[in-house]
Design a protein around this ligand. Structure first.
Ligand code: MF3
Ligand code: CO
Ligand code: CO
Length: 269
């Protein structure tokens, strides 16, 4: 495993890419309404990245080993879709929940972030799953600090999610990110505190838990990309790109429209 430590110049470029990724989510927010198709959301985001930001949508034609090139510019995962939902003709309707996952490349550096959106009025159960997942992500992020361990992050997320009767998807994890979309280390969203890689200032990785209302098991659809829960239970995900610092962490994927950190993780220092 080779985990890169970013230089100050590289960190500055990652700050820009991170903010741009988050600003795509700000931009698309008012369009996420009943009646819009996931393909329309993809097109709007694509054009905003390319024409307004001068950034490159990293997912487009992305082809990790064992996968056909990803055909779209963002991921749109609806209801029981866990991640990597491929935009298309599906029209969002009142009561749906959808994760929009954006990765931009700017000046050669990646910013990767996702949020959950509620379409019209959604069930109490869906709201609760979205909130539990949001707090789980931030609890994981709040463990990040030079000298802490990767296992601290996964442990905090798993403990919180399971204590709320939810389950943690095992097959997908956070990842190092920089000049490459996915690099070492793998950031598991479950595990044991005090285990795994020791964090060092200058590491940058994502924290992106996928939390299911039902069982943790998943399967892949015939399109070769979309992941769904086996039991068809709802799934939620949030994602930030995070820099390790001596005093803790800096979340790079923040912009004017980012929801604030939850109260349970408000920094006291
Ligand atoms: N953005 C996703 C992540 O958080 C990866 C999407 S890969 C794609 O790692 F090809 F599906 F876009
Ligand atoms: Co990611
Ligand atoms: Co992502």
């Amino acid at each position: 495993m080779s985990v890169t430590i970013k230089t100050q110049e590289e960190i500055e470029k990652m700050r820009v890419a991170g903010r741009l990724g988050s600003e795509v989510l700000d931009y698309i927010t008012p369009f996420v309404k009943p009646g819009v198709s996931t393909g329309e959301l993809d097109k709007l985001c694509h054009d905003y990245m390319v024409d307004v930001q001068g950034s490159i949508p990293a997912p487009l034609n992305y082809a990790p080993p064992g996968h056909a090139p990803y055909p779209k510019s963002i991921c749109t995962s609806v209801n029981h879709q866990v991640c990597h939902g491929v935009p298309g003709d599906r029209v969002l309707k009142n009561g749906d929940v959808v994760n929009l996952d954006i990765t931009v490349i700017k000046d050669g550096w990646h910013g990767d972030t996702s949020r959950m959106f509620m379409v019209g009025d959604v069930s109490i159960q869906a709201k609760r799953l979205i909130q539990v997942t949001y707090e789980a992500m931030w609890l994981g992020i709040s463990k990040v600090k030079s000298g802490a361990f990767l296992g601290d992050i996964g442990h905090a997320i798993q403990k919180f999610a399971e204590s709320h009767g939810c389950s943690v998807v095992r097959e997908f994890c956070g990842h190092g990110i920089g000049a490459k979309f996915h690099e070492d280390p793998q950031v598991l969203h479950y595990g044991k505190a005090g285990t795994g890689l020791k964090l060092e200032s200058g590491m940058i990785f994502t924290v992106e838990p996928m939390i299911n209302a039902g069982r943790k098991d998943i399967r892949q659809l015939g399109d070769g990309w979309t992941i769904v829960t086996k039991d068809h239970s709802l799934s939620a995900q949030w994602e930030h790109t995070v820099l390790v610092t001596d005093s803790g962490y800096e979340v790079l994927t923040i912009s004017a429209g980012s929801p604030p950190p939850p109260e349970i993780t408000q920094k006291t220092s």
